[in-house]
Design a protein around this ligand. Structure first.
Ligand code: HDD
Length: 733
């Protein structure tokens, strides 16, 4: 294969394919071609062309002259280019996706007839698209926002689209309010400012006036809205769906994805900086992890309520602004999903994928959740405007099972359906409806009696209990982050009416929260708050999901300059690589850097200006007198360490580097120098000397040979050093 097609990606991808996942990829192969040096340049109508560089001209002596409209090749190129763009998604425009597989581990045939949820021998191909909500297609990845988590299951019974978010609740209860909540959040109408931000007057004006959003805005002010990686987010179907079993019984269900790597977030200062320093941070993170074979995985869970229990709770189970607390309705994990293949082309796959909540398979149904009902209308409609009426024929969208019906024509129809009839019933009995036994979708016979009216159930009117439940369930650190998030957001609202009223609203959740934010943003501090019911639901805290302790795909910078200690460097590099982390060597320059022994040298991946500490998870600095002397006199290097410390990142230092770390963060009591044994203090791990005899031994270090790497790796696997924040040390650098 030529270098035109990234080989690492393809190799890993094919190795990972299971028998069934191949179904969709085989299907896509019908429309896939590779760019090759053997292929020759042609027009779209197939005629070979001798140049891609010059428009046909009337040449004068000096070879200048007017261009001829006659040139069909030039015209085709320009006109095709003029029409390359399609409307971006009206929400969730910014996103990225990957292929994978879903494996059912436990049949739930007690609840549903859907084979994707009953047949454990199956492997179902999936495509997942992650996104932010408010920003346009070119906006930054790390903004504060809800993240979309949309999964298309290509089942043998048709496509099932589970279109969820990384937050389990929503801003509105009734779909009719969707244009309002989105208009309020999007850039303001008069000047189209701000981009991809909820920190503005209109967003918070709406939140105040629309109390049902209270629970959701607590989530969006929490760390859930600034994930470290798409690989480290939960996913929630949010809406209440139903499952129908062979006996015709119906259960209400909510669907959940829980990441193997745990739920982890950026810190706010990091998120802000990354938006400028690396706007594709999440997109690249997912791509690199998959390309390197560190495939992200999620457990698939369900929460189930029998139909008869619908009214047994103090909240309405059809209200999308409420969670089903896990202590009342535990999650049953029944399957897992792995993403293991990057796309071949962004536009035709990630951009053209079209999700519709209305697309479910037999055995899965809807509920009367008024948000879901409206969504079922909206998604299909939006795809028609975005992609055209034949959007389901696009390779990425078409099912892996047969499709046959009397839908015809429309712009860009591809399928050529042979036959003389295009209606039912017809004299040939062509394309008859399927029977139940043949697997037809049969709607659940739900008895409905009622008055036609615009209304809401009484329980929908409780807008504060679960907002309090969420706040009560947060750890002290999470609470602190929420306070800071409100303080940031309301500081960006210039209109005093907006921030003053919002501060009053916060007293409906917690008086201390409201008073602290009021002091920060300048609103009048409320004197009284709404009584708090005091209940907690621990699973709402993301700290309940630490995930598997691994450093796979974590980015670790190794800071060096000329004269670095090569033994420590080699040891760390080898140990990190063997643990499937990504070591990134960073120096004052990107040209080769020579080690203290004068013979070894290395080519850094980046220089200190190019890569920033925000882009890595941890930092390792080997000693070497000359190297450390250079780094100590380099403001950017000092800032690197100081910033990483402030962002609670684990820092490993050996030999002379220990003093350098101490100088950079300016907190002598924190950095413990060590003579022999490795020492750890507030996530700074130090050792005087890292001296393995050979590279082989270096790899063993990862298993604890000296204790240094063991401590360093453990620290990285814990994501951040929270003790530092609890002690207030991060605020001091
Ligand atoms: Fe939506 C896209 C998730 C409520 C209307 N939504 C969209 C995407 C996600 C969600 C993840 C991106 C899909 C992709 O990657 O292509 N939306 C949600 C969740 C909701 C929700 C979890 C609450 C439970 N959405 C919602 C409502 C409406 C819409 C109430 C309209 C009544 N959503 C849309 C849309 C989008 C969309 C306008 C834009 C692009 C698209 O559908 O394909 O139709």
């Amino acid at each position: 294969m030529s270098g035109l097609v990234p080989e690492t990606m393809q190799k890993v991808a094919h190795a990972a394919l299971g028998p069934r996942q191949g179904d969709k990829l085989k299907d896509l192969a019908h429309n896939t071609k590779d760019m090759t040096p053997e292929g020759r340049l042609t027009t779209d109508y197939g005629v070979k062309q001798s140049t891609a560089d010059d428009w046909l001209k009337v040449a004068s002596k000096d070879k200048t002259g007017p261009m001829l409209l006659e040139d069909p090749f030039a015209r085709e190129r320009i006109m095709r280019f003029d029409h390359e763009r399609i409307p971006e998604r009206v929400v969730h425009a910014r996103g990225t996706g990957a292929f994978g597989k879903f494996k059912l581990l436990e049949s739930i045939e007690d609840l549903t007839i859907a084979p994707v949820l009953t047949d454990t021998s199956r492997e179902t191909p999936v495509f997942v698209r992650f996104s932010t909500v408010l920003g346009s297609r070119g906006s930054a990845d790390t903004v504060r926002d809800v993240r979309g988590f949309a999964t298309k299951f290509y089942t043998q019974e048709g496509n099932w689209d589970l279109v969820g978010n990384d937050i389990p609740v929503f801003f509105i209860q009734d779909a009719i309010k969707f244009p309002d909540v989105i208009h309020a959040g999007k850039p303001e109408p008069h000047n189209e400012v701000p981009q991809a931000q909820s920190a503005h007057n209109n967003f918070w004006d709406f939140q105040f006036n629309h109390t049902e959003a209270t629970h959701m805005f607590m989530w969006s002010m929490s760390d859930r809205a600034i994930p470290r990686s798409y690989r480290m987010m939960q996913g929630f179907g949010v809406n209440t769906f139903t499952l129908i079993n062979a006996k015709g019984e119906r259960h209400f269900v909510k669907f959940t994805w829980t990441p193997e790597l745990g739920v982890h977030s950026l810190v706010w200062d990091e998120a802000l900086k990354l938006a400028g320093q690396d706007p594709d941070f999440h997109r690249k993170d997912l791509w690199e992890a998959i390309a390197n074979g560190a495939f992200p995985k999620w457990k698939f869970g369900i929460q189930v309520i029998p139909e008869a229990d619908e009214h047994k709770f103090d909240f309405d189970i059809l209200d999308a602004t409420k969670v089903w607390p896990e202590d009342l309705i535990p999650t049953r994990y029944i399957g897992e999903m792995e993403l293991n293949r990057n796309v071949d082309e962004f536009f035709t796959q990630t951009e053209q994928i079209a999700f519709c909540t209305s697309h479910v398979v037999p055995g899965i149904g809807f509920s009367d959740d008024p948000l879901l009902q409206g969504r079922n209308f909206s998604y299909f409609d939006t795809q028609i405007s975005r992609l055209g009426v034949n959007f389901q024929e696009l390779p990425i969208n078409r099912p892996v099972c047969p499709v046959m019906n009397f839908n015809r024509d429309g712009a860009m129809r591809h399928t050529i359906t042979r036959g003389t009839v295009n209606y039912w019933p017809n004299r040939f009995e062509a394309c008859p409806p399927a029977s139940h036994q043949e697997g037809a979708y049969v709607e659940y016979a739900q008895k409905v009696v009622g008055m036609k009216a615009r209304m809401r159930s009484e329980k929908f009117k409780d807008h504060f209990s679960q907002a309090q439940l969420f706040w009560n369930s947060m750890s002290p650190i999470e609470k602190q982050h929420i306070i800071r998030a409100f303080s940031f957001e309301l500081d960006h609202c210039e209109d005093p009416v907006v921030y003053s009223r919002m501060v009053q609203r916060l007293a409906d959740i917690d008086l201390n929260l409201a008073q602290t934010v009021a002091a920060a943003v300048g609103g009048e501090a409320p004197k009284e708050g709404r009584p708090n019911h005091g209940r907690r639901a621990p699973a709402l805290s993301q700290l309940e999901f630490p995930g598997k302790p691994t450093i796979q795909a974590r980015r670790v910078a190794i800071l060096i300059a000329d004269g670095y200690d090569q033994v420590a460097y080699d040891a760390a590099y080898a140990a990190l690589s063997s643990a499937m982390a990504t070591p990134l060597v960073v120096g004052p320059k990107r040209s080769r850097i020579t080690a203290a022994n004068g013979t070894s040298s290395t080519q850094p991946h980046h220089h200190l200006e190019g890569l920033r500490s925000t882009m890595v998870d941890a930092l390792f600095i080997p000693g070497g007198a000359q190297s450390i002397d250079t780094l100590s006199r380099n403001g950017r290097a000092l800032h690197w360490v100081r910033e990483a410390f402030g962002h609670l990142k684990v820092i490993g230092a050996t030999g002379e580097a220990v003093g350098f770390v101490e100088k950079a963060i300016g907190l002598p009591s924190v950095v413990v120098s060590s003579d022999g044994e490795a020492k750890e203090s507030y996530g700074v791990i130090t050792i005087k000397e890292l001296r393995p005899e050979s590279l082989k031994e270096a790899v063993q270090i990862a298993k604890g040979a000296t204790g240094f790497m063991e401590k360093f790796f453990y620290g990285i696997s814990q994501h951040r050093c929270w003790e530092r924040e609890l002690a207030g040390l991060n605020d001091m650098v």
